[in-house]
Design a protein around this ligand. Sequence first.
Ligand SMILES: *Cc1c(COP(=O)(O)O)cnc(C)c1O
Length: 398
Amino acid sequence: MQRMGSTEYVSRATNEDLERILAYAGRPGMISLAGGLPDPSVFPREELSEIAGMVIGEMGQDALQYSAAMGVPKLRERISRYMEEELGIGGQGPDSVLVTTGSQESLFSISMSLLREGDAVFTENPTYFVAYTVFREFGARVRPSPMEEDGIDTHSLEAAVRSEEPGRRKFIYVMPVAQNPTGASMGEEKKRHILEIASQYDLMVIEDDPYGLINYSGARPRPLKSMDGEGRVIYLSTFSKVLAPGLRIGWAAGDPGLLSSVSRVKQLIDLNTNTLSQYICSEALERRLIQRNIGRVVEAYRRKRDWMDQALRSEFGDRVSYVLPDSGMFIFARFQGVDTRKMVMRAVESGVLYLPGDSTFVSDPDYSTARLNFSYPGREEISEGIRRLGRVFRPSSP
Ligand SMILES: *Cc1c(COP(=O)(O)O)cnc(C)c1O
């Protein structure tokens, strides 16, 4: 909070608990399972450095210049092709692509364009807490529906939508693949039902899909957008989890008219997405570097997920339960008889950090849950971190 003269600037976008917890991550010897960082060993540094040198040396005239608010045309074209070839999302030409500073800016500028005080946004519960903080920042009322093993309870979603006045219904926000935090992937039946609800009640759907191409079981699910006959879905994705988050390149794909109005808001924020990063990603797509890197990411994270799974099983046995995620970077575990919120300081003292699950719930928190990240820590840190958790969560501990 900042003071200026007599005016106090207060943002609704604070999560003080979370900030307090993450502040301990830097302590010496601390094992953090609380964050959500990719493993830097999957960044293709040599090839990226070659591309960056080439882009500056040979295309610097344009690559170091301001660029269009919608994004660099060549990158929009290549993203359009990437969605078609890799994700099975057809019919989204370059005009249907808005390049943004990560998916985060898509979430922000779409919310800023569409939301007015009191509007209803329909989400999963728990959900990506960063997204619902954005919706709240623009005055939305967030209406959560519970998560089941195969995704959001769509009957509860329909009831929530029905209960709102038509003029107040804004959009549905879902993560069909490796939902953050639960790791659950949505079944086909639920996907169809969501599109039916959107059609019946004249709603838009925001599909947030950072992990669609990362899959540990070999059966890659279809994005909602690929089933979207009425053009109601705005598809968000990003190169953060498959290439490098530091480049800050994401995009929104969908209705060109809507996205061009979103781009006017985006222009107020930053004029254009980092031009150099856009050129680098465009070249990385053209050389199929991103497509090839996905294989490395999958291999590295599948191993780490399995190490964490084994460590949890051997430390907790049947006192822990979770859906083993097919994708993504987290295991969302329920620890029988434990209040993870209350144990957080004891965990800090024992040298391990996790994200208490309650901070990811919009309502009705399950206090026995914790979100555990497996993408960033190494093998030894994963097993030692879970061992420490075992000591902290032991039923007999005073
Ligand atoms: C990581 C992640 C993002 C990506 O954010 P960027 O701004 O593209 O780095 C968006 N949504 C979810 C659910 C995520 O897990």
